[in-house]
Design a protein around this ligand. Sequence first.
Ligand SMILES: Cc1cc2nc3c(=O)[nH]c(=O)nc-3n(C[C@H](O)[C@H](O)[C@H](O)COP(=O)(O)OP(=O)(O)OC[C@H]3O[C@@H](n4cnc5c(N)ncnc54)[C@H](O)[C@@H]3O)c2cc1C
Length: 376
Amino acid sequence: MAGGGKEYEFAIVGGGLLGSAIAWGLARLGKRVAILDEGDRATRASRGNFALVWVQSKGLGMPEYAGWTIRGSNGYSAFADEIERETGIPISFERPGGFHLALSERELEARALQLKRLHNQPGIVGYETKILGHAEIKKMLPDIGPDVVGGSYCPLDGHVNSQQLLRAFHKGLAQKGAHYLPSHRVESIAHKAGMFVLGTPAGEVRAGRIVLAAGNANATLAPLVGLKAPMKPERGQIIVTERVQPFLRHPVVTIRQTDEGSVMIGDSKEEGARDTDMTMGVNAMMAERAARMFPKLASLNVVRMWTAIRVMTEDGFPIYEQSTSFPGAFVACCHSGVTLAANHALVIAPMIAAGALDEDVVGAFSARRFDVRKSA
Ligand SMILES: Cc1cc2nc3c(=O)[nH]c(=O)nc-3n(C[C@H](O)[C@H](O)[C@H](O)COP(=O)(O)OP(=O)(O)OC[C@H]3O[C@@H](n4cnc5c(N)ncnc54)[C@H](O)[C@@H]3O)c2cc1C
């Protein structure tokens, strides 16, 4: 069954990490699923991310987000085992604990203060984060340079091969009989005779329930079914070096060595940037800081650089919501779709399959919070 006029139980709009995770979770429960996606040249955060499965510093301003992130991190290993077993694709998930490094006393103080504010929030789930000095960090990361004055460490931090993860989702979906429909950019959504009708240049697709997981495009799609997803896209740049012998046992928030041996460097955040042009000054600054953290990086060849646009809601926290005016229409979007992949596949998808999001689990992530802020 491809494209025009076909019917499914569930249509997922967007085939990035979030849509694919939810679709995989639904197909795992035996649901008849299609993913409608754009073509090869679409902008996708899922193709350009840094691949951390990261906990430390998540949740300042919304303590529930810290708990949600920890749940995702704790569930990753079992989820990785399942998808690897099913598809034969290794996704290389590891949780060795991760670092945020500081290159001056001022940076270290700012980091310590940020973590203190995070952990002092009422209702925050307790988890270990330590501030360490240069000598203690050197025991775990022997190649740090003298400019590293200290940093924070969290044993729950890890990383994964996110490109292999996306591939595994799609292979798993095909194995479960789900349909991937590329070049099906959804341009209209109607609701007729109890079915959602999605209009695309390749024809109509009908489904009993829909999930809008189109990244930043959710901002325009969600209002078509009485939902909202206020977004503020943010550009990030990444540098990749040649492959070298393993030297970095723990990922750092801005530097990690992949399972294949390359070193990825990336920590830029440019709010409001919607194109994928590269800013060389930003790359130069990232490279300079990385070489101060690990001097051996200065002699490595750079083999690739890219930019990608983060899927970022207005306040940076996820949105999961079902429409009250069009029940059966859901919206899901978040930054950190790598970190939250296990949650999307194994927690959100079963709720969608059951027809309702559990308020106790994800009520904090309703877009209703934006109304409260505006009227306050
Ligand atoms: C530089 C960078 C670094 C990052 N680092 C990390 C990290 O270390 N850890 C982490 O957890 N997360 C990280 N992220 C975030 C993570 O990549 C995203 O949260 C995740 O990829 C979002 O997936 P998505 O499916 O929501 O969006 P996308 O990957 O953007 O996918 C959206 C999909 O919707 C499709 N689409 C859009 N409009 C339509 C339409 N009208 N009809 C049909 N389809 C449509 C698009 O073609 C696309 O395939 C990073 C992101 C960036 C950019």
